[in-house]
Structures are given as structure tokens and as C-alpha cells.
Ligand binder design. Structure first.
Ligand code: B16
Ligand code: MG
Length: 219
């Protein structure tokens, strides 16, 4: 029986990817690296330092900076990003997700957060959802990022549940792969082809309801 839900943040509860993208775009411009939407999309679910490496590589500058300089660049991006996050309000919760979370709580499901973002607690706070997620996986504690199952395994462990008692909710293919590898049931939100590995896919957050999930679980 399902007893808990482990949530991704960006692309599931809110759309921070636009803010991440803008902040990285600004940094890329300052380094004379050509930005593209494709590059922005490839960074979804990828950790901060891995994102920086991908951007530098795309710009042919993978070997141009020392580790200390890279840390500085990542901090610069994060400062820009936090300024944008601080403007967020509950209006930035994606359609239907507040009702979904309320329904899960009312039905006694336990919730945890499996976001790669070190800023996740701040984002939850701005969305006024911190109370919903007393258990947040600390991304600094991870050895491997998504698609490695570690973050979803920890998300279930924080709830004292077995993976098979949990549903993971994700918008990125790497995240769905992580949920599956952790042995949890995967709910994908987005393009059915891109997320074909998920146990069930919904095209948008508004379609993600407990009733819709239960109907697909019974099939
Ligand atoms: P930070 P998620 C991820 O969040 C974002 O999708 C990704 O673009 C970002 O680089 C990563 O968090 C790290 O974020 O710099 O705030 O630590 O999808 O795992 O909720
Ligand atoms: Mg995501």
C-alpha cells in the first residue's frame, strides 16, 4: 500500500527552471558563452556545479577556470537566483498542486521533498508550503545526483517507509529514472514520450490528482 509521496520541486510544485535559466543565462553572457533554450532545458534537475560544468563545456571553456574560480561563478549565479526567488509568492505554485497537497495531507499520506536544489527550503518558504514538507532531503548529503536513486531512496527513508510504499513525482526524465531505480512508483508530469519510463504520465500539474493516480494504480 502507498503511504507516502516523495516530491521533486522544480517543474512539479513550482517553475523555478525559468529563474534558474535566467540566472545562468546572465552568467553565460558575462563569460561570452552563447546561451540557448536547449542548454537551459538540459540543466533541469542537474546540480549547481554540474550545471556550471555543462555551460562551460557548451562554450568551449571547460578548462579555463580553477576550482576556486568555478565556486565564485556558481556563487554569482546563486546570488542572482536568490534575488528572483525572494520575489516568489504562493501565486507561483503550479496549477492544482496546492489542492493535490491538501488532499494528500487530508488522506494521511506522508510527504517528503527530493529536490536537487540547495535553495529548496527558501522556495518552499516563499510558496508558504514549508509546513507541508517537514522532511526535506539535504542535497549536500548526496554522493550522486539524479538519475542515481539516492535522493529518492533518502526521501522514503526520511518517512520511515519502504520504497515500494512511496510514489515519486517528477517532471524530468533523469528524475523518473531515479524514482524507478529506487523501487518507487513513478508519476511523470510532462511529455509522455520524454517520460515514457514513468509508471504513469500526466501532461500537466492540474491533471495530477489523487483520484487520477488511484485510477491508474488499479489498472
Ligand atoms: P540550486 P529540482 C534543481 O531542482 C533544478 O531543476 C536545477 O536546475 C538546479 O540547478 C538544481 O535544482 C540545483 O539548484 O542551485 O538551487 O542548488 O528539479 O531537483 O527540484
Ligand atoms: Mg524537476
Amino acid at each position: 500500500d502507498i503511504k507516502g509521496f516523495v516530491f521533486d520541486l522544480d517543474g512539479v510544485i513550482t517553475d523555478t527552471s525559468i529563474l534558474h535559466g535566467n540566472a545562468w543565462h546572465q552568467l553565460a553572457d558575462s563569460l561570452d558563452i552563447t546561451w540557448s533554450t536547449k542548454l537551459g532545458n538540459a540543466l533541469k534537475g542537474i546540480s549547481r556545479m554540474d550545471s556550471l560544468e555543462m555551460i562551460l563545456k557548451a562554450g568551449g571553456k571547460a578548462n579555463d577556470f580553477s576550482d576556486a574560480e568555478k565556486e565564485k561563478l556558481a556563487t554569482q549565479k546563486n546570488t542572482n537566483y536568490i534575488a528572483e526567488v525572494n520575489k516568489m509568492t504562493p501565486a507561483n505554485i503550479l496549477p492544482g498542486m496546492k489542492d493535490f497537497l491538501d488532499g494528500l495531507r487530508a488522506n494521511g499520506y506522508q510527504l517528503s521533498l527530493a529536490s536537487a536544489s540547495k535553495n529548496a527550503p527558501r522556495v518552499l518558504d516563499k510558496l508558504e508550503l514549508a509546513d507541508y514538507f517537514p522532511k526535506v532531503v539535504d542535497p549536500a548529503s548526496l554522493t550522486h545526483g539524479k538519475p542515481d536513486p539516492e535522493i529518492y531512496t533518502k526521501g522514503a527513508a526520511l518517512l520511515n517507509l519502504k520504497p515500494e510504499q512511496c510514489i515519486g513525482v517528477e517532471d524530468a526524465a533523469a528524475g523518473v529514472a531515479a524514482i524507478n531505480a529506487a523501487g518507487e512508483t513513478s508519476v511523470g508530469i510532462g511529455d509522455a514520450t520524454e517520460l515514457a519510463a514513468a509508471d504513469m504520465v500526466f501532461s500537466n500539474t492540474a491533471a495530477v490528482t489523487l483520484a487520477n493516480i488511484k485510477a491508474k494504480l488499479d489498472n
